[in-house]
Design a protein around this ligand. Structure first.
Ligand SMILES: Cc1ncc(COP(=O)(O)O)c(C=O)c1O
Length: 391
């Protein structure tokens, strides 16, 4: 399918389903191979270096992986290409490594996903790539004041992990472009359906496809989508590093992608219903959800986003962490687990870490609202909160 202005829901259904890859079926089949066989030595030699859409070597993929990458790419207007990675964290780590060199400095949002911070501290720093953190509420002018001659890239995650601040991504990207810096965004919460990263100025958009793309809590995968200026280097380096995803996982992720639009709308509606109910409970001190006007950066969410997804946090009033743990452990319909974005609801007591400012005072509980009936989820939370407050 060409990207000729079709709407996102249509792209989800038709993206990457090239006739020559389908062989008459609805889904691109799972092609497992390490070896590609050629008719003669000349055609084998002509297959290297690998070209997009041409078989050369198993590690460079088959239509199973190419189809998924193409479908993801079509969701981001302005994208030159999308590479798949074995997890969201691998995609983050790889994207950062592809734009930074020893002696460079990275500006990293302070509300970033914990393992991304650990990558900066434990992998980049020993390689002489320093990371300085900035508060998620800092706008372009304040970020400009942090730049040094060594600054090479700005990493954003909007909303922030655990606390959900929304950043002025277009403003930060405009500054970066003016100063010749690369911008990277972890867009996992919104996906390109709710926030089109490249149209808002981002150079490299990263997804943990483990979450909403796959959508069924059964696949680990990541992707990086790049503008033309960054695509060749990203793609070539990923190939040289042997980055690869299995055809079985690519098939499952593509199957998830086809329904991501309807799932996200249900996650959004369910999460808003639960969050609005929680906001009225006397035992709740606050809601950390980008669609609430109390959420820092809410005005940027209103301006830039097409909706919200199923992940948010709330703060318990006059309680300690032990109460948050008791609440989470008392819930029947919410699993206790890290990886969100599946069809199921999850609850987790969380403790955000910051170096530039004080995060919202806790105890904070993060919820992923799944596809269950929201009235049942509310009844479960009501029981849990009553139990916590009755001691
Ligand atoms: C915002 C965000 N980015 C990246 C990741 C990492 O993805 P993965 O679990 O696929 O490595 C996660 C996982 O929770 C996440 O929440």
């Amino acid at each position: 399918m060409t990207d000729d202005g079709k709407r996102p829901d249509t792209k989800l259904v038709h993206g990457g389903r090239r006739k020559e890859w389908l062989g008459g079926m609805v889904n691109v089949p799972v092609s497992r191979t390490s070896t590609i066989l050629f008719d003669d030595v000349e055609s084998l030699e002509a297959s290297y270096p690998p070209r997009d859409g041409a078989l050369s070597y198993g590690r460079n993929g088959t239509p199973t992986q190419w189809s998924l990458a193409e479908a993801l790419n079509q969701l981001e207007p302005g994208a030159a290409g999308t590479r798949l990675f074995p997890s969201g964290s691998a995609a983050v780590a790889f994207a950062l490594s592809s734009v930074l060199e020893p002696g460079d400095e990275l500006l990293m949002v302070d509300s970033v996903y914990g393992p991304t911070r650990m990558f900066c501290e434990q992998v980049l720093r020993p390689h002489d790539i320093g990371t300085r953190y900035y508060d998620p509420l800092r706008g372009p002018a304040e970020i400009e004041a942090l730049l040094t001659p060594a600054t090479q890239a700005i990493f954003m995650e909007s909303p922030g992990s655990l606390t959900f601040e929304i950043q002025d991504v277009p403003g930060i990207c405009a500054l970066a472009r003016e100063r010749g810096l690369v911008t990277l965004l972890d867009n996992t919460w919104a996906t390109p359906l709710l926030f089109q990263a490249l149209s808002h100025g981002v150079d490299l958009s990263i997804l943990a496809c483990t979450k909403y793309v796959s959508g069924h809590a059964d696949v680990m995968m990541g992707s990086v989508t790049a503008t033309a200026a960054h695509w060749d280097k990203l793609s070539r380096t990923a190939q040289l590093f042997g980055q690869y995803v299995s055809p079985d996982d690519a098939f499952l992720a593509a199957r998830g992608l086809r329904t991501m639009g309807v799932r996200l709308r249900r996650h959004e509606a369910n999460a808003l219903q639960v969050a609005r109910w929680l906001a009225e409970q006397p035992g709740v001190a606050g809601i950390l959800h980008p669609a609430f006007d109390s959420c820092p950066g809410h005005q940027f969410w209103q301006r830039d986003f097409a909706g919200s997804s199923g992940l948010f946090s709330f703060i318990l009033k006059d309680a300690d962490r032990a109460a948050a743990v008791r609440l989470v452990e008392s819930l029947e319909l919410f699993g206790i687990g890290f990886s969100w974005g599946g069809f199921e609801s999850l609850a987790l007591p969380v403790e955000p870490k910051r170096t530039t400012s004080t995060p919202p005072a806790g105890p904070i509980v993060r919820l992923h609202i799944g596809l269950e009936d929201p009235d049942d989820l509310i009844a479960d939370l009501a029981r849990g909160l009553a139990m916590v407050w009755s001691g």
